[in-house]
Write a new protein. Structure first.
Length: 86
Protein backbone atom coordinates (compact mmCIF):
# COMPACT_ATOMS: atom_id res chain seq x y z
CA UNK A 1 0.00 0.00 0.00
CA UNK A 2 2.82 2.39 0.84
CA UNK A 3 4.50 1.76 -2.50
CA UNK A 4 1.26 2.70 -4.30
CA UNK A 5 1.06 5.97 -2.35
CA UNK A 6 4.72 6.66 -3.10
CA UNK A 7 4.13 6.01 -6.81
CA UNK A 8 1.11 8.33 -6.81
CA UNK A 9 3.12 11.04 -5.06
CA UNK A 10 5.88 10.70 -7.67
CA UNK A 11 3.31 11.13 -10.47
CA UNK A 12 2.00 14.29 -8.83
CA UNK A 13 5.55 15.62 -8.47
CA UNK A 14 6.29 14.94 -12.15
CA UNK A 15 3.08 16.65 -13.30
CA UNK A 16 3.76 19.65 -11.09
CA UNK A 17 7.31 20.02 -12.38
CA UNK A 18 6.12 19.64 -15.98
CA UNK A 19 3.52 22.37 -15.42
CA UNK A 20 6.10 24.69 -13.86
CA UNK A 21 8.51 24.15 -16.76
CA UNK A 22 5.71 24.81 -19.23
CA UNK A 23 4.79 28.02 -17.41
CA UNK A 24 8.42 29.16 -17.37
CA UNK A 25 8.67 28.51 -21.09
CA UNK A 26 5.69 30.84 -21.60
CA UNK A 27 7.27 33.42 -19.26
CA UNK A 28 4.53 33.08 -16.68
CA UNK A 29 5.37 34.04 -13.13
CA UNK A 30 3.42 32.60 -10.24
CA UNK A 31 2.80 33.94 -6.79
CA UNK A 32 1.38 37.10 -5.38
CA UNK A 33 2.04 40.29 -7.38
CA UNK A 34 4.73 42.52 -5.93
CA UNK A 35 4.14 46.13 -5.02
CA UNK A 36 1.05 48.27 -5.33
CA UNK A 37 -1.18 49.07 -8.26
CA UNK A 38 -1.87 52.68 -9.21
CA UNK A 39 -5.37 52.38 -7.75
CA UNK A 40 -4.04 51.09 -4.43
CA UNK A 41 -1.46 53.87 -4.23
CA UNK A 42 -4.14 56.51 -4.83
CA UNK A 43 -6.25 54.95 -2.07
CA UNK A 44 -3.26 54.98 0.28
CA UNK A 45 -2.62 58.66 -0.45
CA UNK A 46 -6.26 59.48 0.22
CA UNK A 47 -6.27 57.35 3.37
CA UNK A 48 -3.19 59.10 4.71
CA UNK A 49 -4.51 62.60 4.02
CA UNK A 50 -7.82 61.81 5.68
CA UNK A 51 -6.01 60.23 8.64
CA UNK A 52 -3.84 63.32 9.13
CA UNK A 53 -6.98 65.44 9.45
CA UNK A 54 -7.38 65.46 13.23
CA UNK A 55 -11.07 66.31 13.09
CA UNK A 56 -11.91 62.86 11.70
CA UNK A 57 -12.42 59.89 13.96
CA UNK A 58 -10.88 56.55 12.89
CA UNK A 59 -14.41 55.14 12.53
CA UNK A 60 -15.20 57.82 9.96
CA UNK A 61 -12.10 56.88 8.00
CA UNK A 62 -12.19 53.09 7.77
CA UNK A 63 -15.85 52.57 6.86
CA UNK A 64 -15.75 54.31 3.42
CA UNK A 65 -12.75 52.15 2.50
CA UNK A 66 -14.69 48.95 3.13
CA UNK A 67 -12.88 48.00 6.33
CA UNK A 68 -14.97 46.54 9.12
CA UNK A 69 -12.67 47.35 12.04
CA UNK A 70 -10.14 50.04 12.90
CA UNK A 71 -7.17 47.65 13.37
CA UNK A 72 -6.65 47.06 9.61
CA UNK A 73 -6.55 50.84 9.13
CA UNK A 74 -3.62 51.15 11.51
CA UNK A 75 -1.78 48.18 9.99
CA UNK A 76 -2.28 49.60 6.46
CA UNK A 77 -0.94 52.98 7.55
CA UNK A 78 2.01 51.36 9.30
CA UNK A 79 2.79 49.16 6.29
CA UNK A 80 2.59 52.06 3.85
CA UNK A 81 4.90 54.13 6.07
CA UNK A 82 7.51 51.36 6.14
CA UNK A 83 7.47 50.85 2.39
CA UNK A 84 7.29 54.59 1.65
CA UNK A 85 5.04 54.18 -1.37
CA UNK A 86 3.70 57.68 -1.17
Amino acid sequence: MASLAEYERELIRERTNAGLQSARARVRIGGRPKGYTAETISKLVLLRTIYKDVTKRPEDIYKPFGLTRVEPLYSILLMSNKEEVV
